[in-house]
Design a protein around this ligand. Sequence first.
Ligand SMILES: C[S@@+](CC[C@H](N)C(=O)[O-])C[C@H]1O[C@@H](n2cnc3c(N)ncnc32)[C@H](O)[C@@H]1O
Length: 276
Amino acid sequence: MEIEQAVTRHYTHGSLEEAILNALVAAGKDLNRLTPNDLAPVDEFHIGGRQATVAFAEQFGPRPGMRLLDVGCGLGGAARYFAHEHGCQVSGIDLSGEYVDVANALAARVGLSERVLCQEGSALALPFAPGSFDGAYMFHVGMNIENKLALFAQVRRVLTPSGVFGIYDVMRLAAGELSYPVPWASGPDSSFVADAASYRRALEAEGFEVLKERNRRDFALEVFAQMRARGAAATPAPLGLHIVMGANAAQKVKNMIGDISSGLIAPTELTCRVAG
Ligand SMILES: C[S@@+](CC[C@H](N)C(=O)[O-])C[C@H]1O[C@@H](n2cnc3c(N)ncnc32)[C@H](O)[C@@H]1O
């Protein structure tokens, strides 16, 4: 409970919807004609943003009508992507009431309220009946959850027997202290970055078969190089994740890039299915 409170505090902005709408206007968007793509620079809170989501989807294989659970949905960017681009029906769950409110407000603005619904709650106590979903995914959330066995048991419970589960988390490659703050935590008390082998063990113990593991370090380094090139431009983009991450956004990103560049951590995908 204390961890969840610290995590919620870390992500709370206070006036996030207003900040995002102001940034959209500053970027020249018409608030009455927004599309899910317009929101992508600010609503996909993981390394590589929309680019990473599209690459993940190629492995994950979403189909029209599929019932998906977005574990730790944040502002719902990925949920809207799967609904809009792949015709899925997506439920999101997140600890942050503020994020959930913004997620639902943004879904309404782009006409996706019928297909995307986010609610406040914990991934460790999913408020869904057994077998509610054909698939689940989790982007950059496991770093905030210490008990991965409990997390995967919850996800397994709400999936059908042929369900699929995809993970895109920052995972540990080598031992050593991380530099804080990072985008997911202000300090070590709410950061539980684990290696891919620990994920696999926990997944297998909870009834999943891991089909594929993909280290995304090179992709991340390429994304950071693109960010540096954009940052060097005369006019910085008004719309970006700095709005979500708040005043010390630059420090959080710098620390994370440092630890990825030095080989301590890397974003990693795992594609799984319920074991037969
Ligand atoms: C880095 S953000 C990623 C958000 C979203 N998945 C995305 O990629 O845009 C991590 C999110 O995980 C949520 N989170 C962390 N621990 C959680 C838990 N135990 N239950 C539900 N959500 C959690 C946080 O509130 C936050 O919104």
